[in-house]
Design a protein around this ligand. Sequence first.
Ligand SMILES: Cc1cc2nc3c(=O)[nH]c(=O)nc-3n(C[C@H](O)[C@H](O)[C@H](O)COP(=O)(O)OP(=O)(O)OC[C@H]3O[C@@H](n4cnc5c(N)ncnc54)[C@H](O)[C@@H]3O)c2cc1C
Length: 416
Amino acid sequence: MSAAKKFDAIIIGCGQAGPPLAGRLTAAGQTVALIERKLVGGTCVNTGCKPTKTMVASAYAAHLARTGADYGVSTGKVSVDMKAVKARKDKVTLDSRASLEDWIAGMKGCTLYRGHASFEGPHEVRVGDDLLHGERIFINVGGRANIPDMPGIGDIEYLTNTSMMEVDCLPRHLVVVGGSYIGLEFAQMYRRFGSDVTVVEKGPRLISREDEEVSEAVKGILEHEGIKLRLNAECISFAAHPDGVTVGVDCTSGDRAVTGSHVLLAIGRKPNTDDLGLDKAGVHTDKRGYIEVDDHLRTNVPHIWAMGDCNGKGAFTHTAYNDFEIVAANLLDNDKRKVTDRIEAYALYIDPPLGRAGMTEAAARKSGRKVLVGQRPMTRVGRAVEKGETLQRAMHIHPTVSELLPTIAQELKPLA
Ligand SMILES: Cc1cc2nc3c(=O)[nH]c(=O)nc-3n(C[C@H](O)[C@H](O)[C@H](O)COP(=O)(O)OP(=O)(O)OC[C@H]3O[C@@H](n4cnc5c(N)ncnc54)[C@H](O)[C@@H]3O)c2cc1C
């Protein structure tokens, strides 16, 4: 058996935290093995933020064209070419992936391994025929769509955010199961492309993490565009139907089921930790499979860290990137940055979008703090302009135009 190849660092997963960390470590003179089993760039670049926001932009253009008359602009009959929408999305995604691949290829000291990685010991990781030894190991394996074992799920064809990326036709009637961030973006997007859309949500309201009035406002926006909502759907089940799929919704009231041509499951995410051999390294996870980490993202095994969606501390590109910043600051800059310093921030890219920074009102009240509450409906605000003294260290929501600001701030240097 051949000896393990030795590296200063092994990074498993080439998502949002792995590549920038490889950049910092190699710049500091370390050797790095970066391992990716599928597509460089991970979820965000290939099946998440980037493609979906590109498609949201196409949907927005269709919406503006249809509502042009409200602005005094006349257009003819509006049609959407789904093959062209997909081609545009594919190009944006491929360009982004290619530029990331180029960057990694040019990183002196970094070796990219393609294949599934799993631990064989606390310092050993196997990728196919290669056994690697890392002084330090960083896990950045992300997550995938959660597919709960619901009645009938094995009897039907369903879509997830990943397979949705291959769809190049217009579903006649898209049933979206899950009324949260991912589901609602797809729901509005496909409604604007021209599909009938029904959202099926188990709970009594959409995006239940938000304050009630926020859920109510989002419900109003979606209903106004003709999206049907089935809330309190306590009897979700599936059955094949000659026209597509029948989704059981309610057991007691209203229409008991809805039949759609396509079903999209958007019922949360699951960490990619079940096939990583974590037990061989002695790394602990919680009951849901998220890797347990401390405030500096170190696992219970001192030379192993976990960053991004797989540690359960965030579920966004900007939180994964912020994880990289925290790890790099602690290891390379002697700067004790920590996860609990960051303020929660994210956006829901329906139109108009929802942006959130900090706690909800409900969470603030529950925390026992004395809170002041102010509300201003967007109908009365032109644009909110924000100015922060801690600009560079604030975590900027992805994707937004303003995320270029901290990058520029970091690059500022005195004139030579
Ligand atoms: C539809 C959708 C829309 C989204 N939109 C947004 C948005 O607008 N803004 C936002 O901030 N976030 C968004 N997100 C979330 C965002 O995509 C994730 O939070 C982000 O990609 C997490 O980055 P990560 O580095 O943790 O993992 P990932 O990007 O998932 O990368 C993990 C990588 O590890 C690889 N991998 C896994 N296991 C192994 C293994 N054993 N061996 C080798 N490689 C492995 C995977 O193939 C993958 O490439 C969206 C997500 C979805 C699904």
